[in-house]
Design a protein around this ligand. Structure first.
Ligand code: SAH
Length: 335
């Protein structure tokens, strides 16, 4: 894929020392760290936020919403030629390397075949014949945008929040290079994953999801406050438990993005039950599971619905561990 065609005369010179990102997938475009020189060349507006950090490398202030947005815009522009991405005011600002990582692991799952290990057996399937259902695509529409550029896949992105749907639809329209391959559909019920957004005759190679993980708005606000304090120290404090500080939303996302009845566990349990009602809808049903402790009850739920194959794809970036739970009914009688 070509990179940005033009460069500005000003470079960051010795400031452009990279900080490689440990453990990322071999195909992850960001595993060698950020090339700030190239990023600024692609998105000059980023320049004002770039500065050396305490580790002797170049970075931005991740507590500054505008800086994070400018970095995201530069990364999407430089790596994927998506030059018109923007974030809905107050919505979640997704880390681009992590979202790409998720897609690369799913690509390997598709390449692995149904019944062997996780080592890709064949080439990663590419192109619009690979249909992907992204449940809860968010205002950022981040998985479809990256996936359509990286692998040429076709996406249906579903979203329960009406304003997020409008924003995501606008982003798709703003990128003609992918607009023919991404469709946004509004999910009328937060309790449903498939019903209401997919037709009877439709099928997908896989479904994917980054589920809301808190069980209440209060828990979401408290989790968000703790996350910011861990990342940026007490200076980021502001909203108490139960109150979403407007500044905190920059990183945590709007309340609806972050919570649902039953939290992550409830959401994925509903997804499992509903997948069993339409076992042939997706070759693989998948979802991110942020808490390792949720895996045992989810495995039990998958046994109860007699999934034919269940896999846990581990993702590690730096200190952070996360995992994708994947299951299929292919091969099961009647599926
Ligand atoms: N995919 C984006 C957003 C994840 S946040 C990202 O990774 O950054 C989870 C999203 O799911 C929110 O936008 C929320 O509004 C949406 N959502 C919650 N329940 C849903 C449901 N049942 N169907 C579709 N979207 C849902």
């Amino acid at each position: 894929m070509p990179t940005c065609a033009w460069r500005v005369g000003d470079t960051l010179g010795p400031m452009n020392r990279r900080s490689p990102k440990e453990g990322l997938h071999p195909r992850n475009r960001f595993r060698d760290g950020y090339d700030f020189e190239a990023l600024v060349a692609c998105r000059p507006a980023l320049a004002r936020y770039v500065r050396p950090n305490a580790h002797g490398t170049t970075s931005i202030d991740f507590a500054d919403r505008e800086a994070v947005k400018a970095l995201n815009q530069a990364l999407l522009g430089h790596a994927y030629q998506l030059h018109d991405w923007d974030i809905q005011p107050g919505a979640l600002c997704p880390p681009i390397p992590g979202r790409s990582e998720h897609l690369h692991h799913l690509a390997d799952l598709l390449a692995s075949g149904a019944d062997d290990g996780l080592v890709p057996r064949g080439p990663v399937p590419r192109g619009p014949d690979v249909a992907v259902l992204d449940i809860g695509t968010g205002a950022s529409c981040i998985y479809p945008l990256i996936g359509a550029r990286e692998y040429g896949w076709r996406f249906v992105g579903t979203e329960v929040d009406a304003a997020a749907c409008v924003w995501a639809t606008g982003l798709v329209a703003a990128h003609p290079e992918v607009s023919g391959r991404i469709e946004i559909r509004q999910q009328p019920s937060a309790q449903q994953c498939f019903e209401g957004v997919v037709g009877g005759g439709e099928s997908f190679a896989l479904s994917m999801c980054n589920p809301p993980f808190h069980a209440s708005a209060e828990e979401a606000a408290e989790g968000n406050r703790r996350k910011r304090e861990n990342l940026f120290g007490k200076r980021s404090r502001g909203g108490g438990a139960g109150r979403v500080n407007p500044g905190d939303r920059n990183f945590g996302g709007q309340a609806g993005e972050l919570w649902c009845p039953g939290g992550e566990l409830g959401f994925v349990q509903r997804m499992i039950t509903q997948s069993a009602e339409r076992p042939a809808l997706c070759g693989w049903f998948t979802t991110l599971v942020s808490k390792g402790a949720h895996l045992p009850p989810l495995s039990r739920a998958l046994r109860a619905v007699e999934a034919a194959d269940v896999r846990v794809l581990k993702m590690a970036h730096g200190q952070k561990q996360s995992r994708i739970l994947a299951w299929t009914f292919r091969g099961r009688q009647g599926a």
